[in-house]
Design a protein. Sequence first.
Length: 849
Amino acid sequence: MNLAKTYTPNEFEPNIYAMWESAGVFKPTGQGTPYSIVMPPPNANGNLHVGHALGSAIQDILVRYHRMKGDDAVYIPGADHAGFETWVVYERELDKQGKSRFDYSRDELYAQVWDFVDKKRGDMELQLRALGVGADWDDLVFTLDQKVIDTVYGTFEKMWSDGLIYRGERIVNFCPKHQTSFADIEVEYETEKSKLWKIAYPLLNHIGEIVVATTRPETMLGDTAIAVNPNDARYAKLIGTKALLPLVNREIPIVADEYVDMNYGTGAVKITPAHDPNDFEIGQRHDLPTIQIVDINGTMMNVPDEFVGLSVDESRQRVLEALEKEEFLRGEESIEHSVGHCYKCGTVIQPMVKEQWFVRMQPLAEKAIAAIEQGEVAFTPANKSKVLVAYLRELKDWNISRQIPWGIPIPAFQNIDDPTDWIFDTRVDQQEIVVNGTTYKREEDTLDTWFSSGQWPYITTDYLSGGQLAKFYPNQVMETAGDILFAWVARMIMLGVYRTGQVPFRHVYLHGLVLDEHGQKMSKSKGNVINPMEAISQYGSDALRMGIIASRSAAQPQAFNAGKVVAARNFCNKLWNIARFVEAQVGQARSVQLPEPQSMADHWVVRQLGRAGTLIEQQIAEYRFAEAFETLYHVVWDDVADWYIEASKVETHTDMLVWVLDTCLRLAHPFAPFVTETIWQALSWHDDLVAQASYPSVCAYNELQAAEFSRLKKLVAEARYVMSELPGNDRYTLLYGDDSLIAENTELVRRLARLKEVKSVDTARGLRLAASGRDAWLDVSEEVLYEHQTNLEKRLVEARAQAAKLQGRLDNERYVSQAPAHLVEESRQQLKSTQGLIERLVNELDVIG
RNA sequence: GGGUCUUUAGCUCAGUCGGCUAGAGCGCACGAUUCACAUUCGUGAGGUCACAGGUUCGAAUCCUGUAAGACCCACCA
């Protein structure tokens, strides 16, 4: 025997992977329809999490399946430099060494992080291999590879000349801890309890005061106006006049702006253009000065001496105290409002005015919306298309500047003599360049990671340069996590359409968040993180793959279920043992041919495997992976192992056994690549690898023969059931009369039903197996027969209820006239067979009674 | 404020176009077991499909509303 007695995945999985790689099975064959999936590049700064196990299992199933179907399939792997994410990790490392980013230049830091990531990246790639990911490693793209940077710069230049990229002074989301700005999408809002303070500003041209309401009193130090609604009668005559800003004693105008809600607060709003997005816009409309009062460290500047250098929170307290003392406070009110936080460190985001690079989004979004609405990209689940379009419609300009050293440098230079003169240039390794006698200095910011990863499909396939993989663009499927629909999928569609004129992929499949076993979100701080590598060492890679896709539907946040992983491990063990049985029967070296079914069990198993194969194809085509796996699980376990293998112990047809196992291995391969390959290799029936084999061939069978076996199964099941209801554990004899199905299969029936004996009799006696409708009895004693009477009565009641229900349905004229004819016919047949059952049960009770 | 999703067995979840007695895994109960596998085999119990209406010959499935929960978006100072 080549197959060991026990199934021990950890002993063979690494070798199997090495075998695939050295045989080059993951390379596109150049034959067939191109089928491509590009891996969402995992962050190169750490370990894979369980979400990767789910995503990569689905991606790998699709690619392996399509390869077996004869497509020219490729799975392009990647690694993400993950700009800000990695920077956060590295900054922590610096912190541990007692260093800070300010101890080094941008170029030095870039080099350090490069080394750091280079070390980490290998781990991630090994982990993907452990998951069985059949990716074409030679085509791996790292998001800082030269070709990525070249393409990204090409896009930047095109956008620049198309007027889609501009540099502007805007309110940006700024994290004072990480000292960088963010895109809107990177800010996490949380609802917090706070207070709405009312502050009196003395009027200059009238007697009295105007009271404003604010949640951020400290920002009053930067106020440059008060705004009221133009239709607000209360303030009408104040419009155009001035008020005095308390504590600062600055004269500020009272302006009218539609933005102000008359019904909220006092109807008068203090305007701080430098630190609030709405105030900034009002400031633009009314030509107000912008005074920055919070610096990049989150401390106060440009304010009266007593507040300079205070943090925002301290400043709030001191301002309130001062206002109280000078009697400007006019009350406070408890409210709830949402506050933006840095999604990495939780620090409160400070909106502040900065000059940054922005992408004009609406021209890009419009084209993406059109493509989505025309169905050029399909979504699973389908509703996500609507959700994405709604997002795109509201999309505002995108801040792509990041004040961190780790990332792709922004390819722009500024005239040292004219700050408004910017030029595009890719010589970002030089701090200064001279163009036509003018000196320009480098922009020190880097690009938002999503700006480059948003171009992933056409970069990885070398589509723009027309490389070897160009035919794989657009990709067939983008499989990724549902929570990056906006951040990534949206940008890939927009940039793909912009740069290539076509959508980057035909289908988007989104998987949901994997929660812990109790349905809670996993997090390091809760300590409930499931490590996929531990699951692999415990149960095997195949088991994790199947266990994690089982019972899971698209984009649904669902708990990790270790029970499913165990069940999948047991399934692998079942496959293993089917193979061991077959090996023992037929040996290792032999050829696999399309067999000719002989016994009715042969015909039946051919039918079952054929049906399952077709069903799995449909289910994969509809992205129903959990159901496809369930189909596989049941055909292998229930049909093949529990019935066909058992039947073959009575009558062995070796060619058929070989074909059945071969078919199971092919069907199972996309789901359980390691164990199927291990068996395939151990048996030596083929010279190739199952990873390169084709999807199972269909084998002809006779439906009548297959149906005969189904009838036999029914008889066996009834015999088992009736015997389990009988007292004691005796083995019974089955008696049969004029019944050729039993007569021709006495040994099969005896063995499957665990009977003592199966023999023919002239006169009926004992307990009739009524349900299966065969001419068969269990040879039981009078007492047992009598005890069994109640069971028969119970079944008779059930059968009569069923018959009444069917009769009622058929008596309903509207059912008969309006329901589809085949359903009506089906009901008639059911009624007939139920009536037959009732008759047999009544006879049986007569005999006993 | 707007939107998306979820609610089915003790637990975690499937259930496609509305159509057989609503399924799976785990768990539970009873039984088996030298002959591929205790990572096994057989049998069974367990469900008011969240709730209330409606449409239909027929609803877990479609419509309306209610409740509970999850998530996303949004500038309400």
